[in-house]
Design a protein. Structure first.
Length: 127
């Protein structure tokens, strides 16, 4: 085998050790955990409650339910589980439907789409 053939067959080394989480997912999961916690605290604040009640009578309960599902989804991604990726996609779709139907959409609520797109390449390596 010639030197050129060896170079063609050589596989580039991965950025992380096998069985570990990629650094990109680590960063996105940490940001996701903090955004879920911050959003939950904001929705539980007493001065924010009248503004939420104007949107929909059950908006607070629905929003907190989605936030708890997002927390589980980020936990699944943190553990490199396929169900975490799938749950994040389902939560994102349901959350967007809730926000658009109540008129409460804000640009920061698009964070999970970046996580989904960046972690798509790692889906095969998840368990």
């Amino acid at each position: 085998m010639t030197k050129e053939e060896k170079e063609v067959k050589m596989v580039l080394p991965r950025e992380w050790a096998p069985g570990q989480r990629p650094p990109v997912l680590t960063i996105f999961c940490i940001i996701g955990f903090f955004s879920v916690a911050g959003s939950a605290l904001a929705h539980l604040a007493p001065d924010y409650a009248p503004k939420i009640a104007e949107l929909h009578p059950n908006f607070k309960a629905m929003k907190l339910s989605f936030l708890s599902l997002f927390a589980f989804a980020y936990l699944g991604l943190w553990c490199m589980k396929k169900w975490g990726y799938i749950l994040l996609g389902l939560c994102f779709a349901g959350h967007m439907a809730l926000l658009f139907s109540t008129g409460a959409f804000t640009p920061p609520s698009l964070l999970p789409i970046f996580v989904l797109l960046s972690s798509m390449g790692y889906f095969r390596e998840m368990k």
